[in-house]
Design a protein around this ligand. Structure first.
Ligand code: FAD
Length: 296
């Protein structure tokens, strides 16, 4: 993973369902590549073709682009032997960054979690497995409002810190609404004596659908000020997008002012909103002067 002294950003995609989808994904990847994100990631689905899509496309990013690839990987429906196989494949194709996750039960995310009989119970074990298998940079997930299955924030922080100490280099936070929600998570981890890098996940709020998705994934109720700003614009796509991007720009500016070194954007396999935010926030690496660029 690139180290950055200036604030930077990373971008997240999901695996394509079919060929036209794959073309859309690759257009977005190519449009974001010149902005030099710290890394790009592709999420890992519940099974079958979606998993193949992650594995195939992340390998292509490693071989065909200048981007640093990070593969998401979950323990869902995988034996340890299969996980070893996938991790070994990532290393073989040049993917050395892995976001290690437990994943949710397929179908109903809040259904009973049943581990594979020869599999893993928690992300912490996957972090250890990835570390054991090679020289990987490992990330994990974190939840500003606590993971929905955690009894309370103290228990949530306890297990988050355990999985970071198991060998993770950083955590990416689930979506949230206010900078303070993320900063309090960062404080809880620091107060537990853990110095791992905490990065915020950011959804460009371009449509009512992206707002609904943010509410669903965050597991929290949006604050009244946000509803007041966006709800009246639900039937006016242009005005919603403009106000939504203003809201996100304000959130990101606050995070950067608090020393957050990198913002992780959910792209939904489109580049436009992320490009706009990167431009507004001044996150784009300046192009090197031509003489420097031409030097061997
Ligand atoms: P864990 O860290 O294992 O935690 C799960 C629950 O168990 C928590 O409540 C935790 O407190 C508790 N716990 C942890 N360890 C222990 C222990 N030793 N004993 C008792 N309790 C424990 N899902 C996908 O399917 N694919 C993806 O690509 C994907 N990408 C994601 C990216 C990000 C940035 C985020 C935030 C989430 C992502 N998810 C993805 C969703 C994630 O898989 C789910 O939220 C899942 O429910 C939790 O995964 P985890 O890795 O946080 O689990």
């Amino acid at each position: 993973m690139k180290s950055a002294h200036c604030p930077t950003f990373s971008v997240e995609f999901f695996p394509p369902r079919d060929e036209p989808d794959e073309a859309v994904l690759w257009r977005a990847i190519r449009e974001l590549e010149p902005l030099d994100p710290a890394y790009m990631s592709i999420t890992y689905g519940a099974g079958g073709s979606s998993r193949d899509g992650t594995i195939r496309n992340i390998a292509r990013v490693a071989t065909d682009t200048t981007l640093v690839p990070m593969a998401h990987l979950t323990a869902v429906n995988h034996s340890v032997a299969e996980l070893r196989n996938v991790i070994g494949h990532f290393a073989a194709v040049g993917v050395h960054n892995i976001l290690a996750l437990r994943g949710d039960p397929p179908g109903d995310p809040m259904g009973e979690w049943v581990p594979h009989p020869q599999g893993l119970h928690y992300a912490e074990e996957l972090v250890r497995l990835v570390r054991e298998l090679g020289d990987f940079c490992v990330g994990v997930s974190a939840f500003p409002y606590g993971h929905p299955r955690s009894a309370d924030l103290d228990t949530d922080t306890h297990y988050l810190v355990r999985k970071l100490r198991a060998g993770a280099d950083f955590a990416i936070a689930q979506l949230f609404f206010e900078a303070e929600d993320f900063l309090r998570l960062r404080d809880r981890v620091a107060a537990a004596g853990c110095e791992a890098l905490m990065l915020p996940g950011i959804m460009p709020l371009t449509t009512p659908r992206t707002l609904r998705k943010t509410i669903e994934l965050s597991g929290a109720t949006p604050p009244a000020w946000l509803v007041d700003r966006l709800a009246p614009l639900e039937d006016d796509p242009k005005a919603f997008r403009a106000e939504g991007l203003d809201v996100v720009t304000e959130l990101c500016s606050r995070l950067l002012a608090e020393g957050v070194p990198e913002l992780h954007f959910y792209t939904f396999n489109r580049s436009k909103a992320t490009r706009e935010l990167v431009e507004r926030l001044g996150l784009r690496s300046p192009a090197p002067p031509l003489a420097v660029a031409a030097r061997p």
